[in-house]
Design a protein around this ligand. Structure first.
Ligand SMILES: [Cu+2]
Length: 209
């Protein structure tokens, strides 16, 4: 009888724990970064996806665009929410190809842990080297497609053609910052129209809160 009681109470506690976790997870579907895909109390995962062939009406043809991958869905990158004073684990999945012209100011990785980023193995940029992925502080401009640049946070991530890139960086106190791709991937003779000037495509805001 005592054994049955133990099993009964263990099962009840198990149900409460599972149900409680479920409630917590459904309650966290929002833009509140502290609860959303946080890996611990002071780190946060941000995954960005760059797709191509997105029809931009004002450009009258396809343009590349950044999206935020959130709860398994692609959402707008016009405003990207990040928690303040937090270690951000950034992953950028890029389906688009380059190359483009990167200004010398943004030719190097900036603002990340050790000033480097990790390019996953078999991304186009390092196929020739045959290495199992690599940490880099710069990428040959011929291999680059985009950047993820936040001047106000001194952050510059280089995004090679058809690649997966990872980096970590710290956010400071709350505030609004502009993010911008610094490679001329837009329309017009300069390549700086279209996606480059449209929030949610190749530029937008970072909201640190
Ligand atoms: Cu771009």
């Amino acid at each position: 009888m005592e054994k049955l009681e133990t099993i009964f109470y263990t099962a009840i506690i198990g149900i409460i724990v599972v149900f409680g976790a479920g409630m917590y997870m459904t309650g966290s579907v929002s833009h509140a970064p502290a609860q959303n895909s946080a890996t611990s109390s002071n780190s946060y995962n941000l995954t960005l996806v760059i797709t191509t062939n997105n029809y931009l009406a004002s450009a009258n043809h396809s343009q590349p665009a950044y999206y935020v991958l959130e709860n398994g869905q692609l959402t707008s990158s016009a405003q990207i929410y990040l928690p303040s004073s937090t270690l951000i684990h950034l992953t950028i999945i890029n389906y688009d190809s380059g190359p483009g012209n990167v200004p010398s100011t943004y030719a190097n990785v900036m603002g990340t842990t050790n000033g480097t980023e990790f390019i996953m193995n078999d991304s186009a940029v390092n196929m020739s080297s045959g290495s199992e992925g690599q940490w880099v502080s710069t990428v040959p401009s011929a291999d680059l497609a985009h950047t993820f640049t936040v001047p106000g946070m001194n952050l510059n991530i280089l995004v090679p053609s058809q690649s997966i890139t990872e980096a970590t960086f710290h956010t400071g106190s709350s505030g609004m910052f502009q993010w911008q791709c610094e490679i001329d991937c837009g329309t017009g003779t300069s390549g700086w129209s279209g996606a480059m000037t449209t929030p949610g495509w190749m530029m937008g805001q970072i909201v640190v809160q």
